[in-house]
Design a protein around this ligand. Structure first.
Ligand code: CTP
Ligand code: CA
Length: 227
């Protein structure tokens, strides 16, 4: 019965999701990364799959198993994630960027392990990684929907609205990462969904429930767009 009652409102849609952290290597044994378990991205993938979508997940290093029918492309660095998104994006209707991409990478990668005594005065020079969401927003086709996330510690709605416009996204999922029950490695999240014409605030929900709200919002957005 439960299966019969399940919504299949994403039938016929193909969805690309980025998830997890990226790793930016200094040398073969050391890297800079972001805190991210990948749970939100995997919850989105599973919810989309259950609602009938064809799902591709481009994931940084995480420790999660999922359904065999969800196609997973494993990457480590932001550059690798960017390359995969470039290759795959135009085969997908809905693009969701939930990955915690490292904004910077070490400018110089040392091919061999940096030894302790080589670190005279400890300076790591960094350079900017490509903004994958921004690239997807700027090159978006009119039949595509682009969804970004926004991790903030203050002025959550204002800063997230700025990201919506600057990255040409259709929807931003904003969260205050310092709030209890919205941080890293937990199974819950507290989000605000922001589009150009709508703001929806939610209290604490499981990541699966958040995923469901996000797709409800997307389906509603698509319906309004088609009118
Ligand atoms: N993002 C991305 N590529 C990057 C950086 C971020 O695709 N190099 C995406 C994230 O996956 C997320 C959104 O952009 O969907 C916002 O990420 P966030 O870190 O909140 O914002 P930034 O734009 O990176 O700005 P800042 O970190 O300065 O707040
Ligand atoms: Ca960032």
């Amino acid at each position: 019965i439960e299966r019969l009652l399940e919504k299949k409102d994403l039938e016929g849609k193909s969805i690309l999701i980025t998830a997890g952290p990226t790793r930016e290597y200094l040398d073969p044994v050391r890297f800079i990364s972001n805190r991210s378990s990948g749970k939100m991205g995997f919850a989105l993938a599973e919810e989309a799959y259950k609602r009938g979508a064809k799902v591709t997940l481009i994931s940084g290093p995480v420790n999660i198993q999922t359904y065999a029918d969800i196609k997973i492309i494993n990457v480590e660095t932001a550059s690798q994630m960017y390359d995969e998104v470039k290759k795959m994006k135009d085969e997908h209707d809905i693009l969701i960027f939930s990955a915690a991409v490292a904004d910077f990478r070490p400018k110089n990668f040392k091919e061999s392990k940096i030894k302790k005594d080589q670190w005279q005065n400890l300076h790591i020079e960094l350079e900017k990684n490509p903004d994958i969401l921004k690239y997807a927003g700027e090159t978006k086709k009119d039949w595509q929907i682009v969804v970004g996330f926004s991790a903030e510690t203050e002025n959550v709605v204002e800063n997230s609205q700025k990201k919506l416009y600057e990255k040409n996204a259709d929807l931003i999922v904003a969260n205050n990462v310092l709030q209890e029950g919205a941080g890293f490695d937990v199974d819950t999240n507290i989000v605000t969904l922001i589009s150009k014409d709508k703001i929806l605030e939610f209290s604490k929900l499981t990541k699966r429930e958040v995923a469901s709200k996000i797709f409800d919002f997307i389906v509603d957005y698509l319906c309004r767009k088609e009118q």
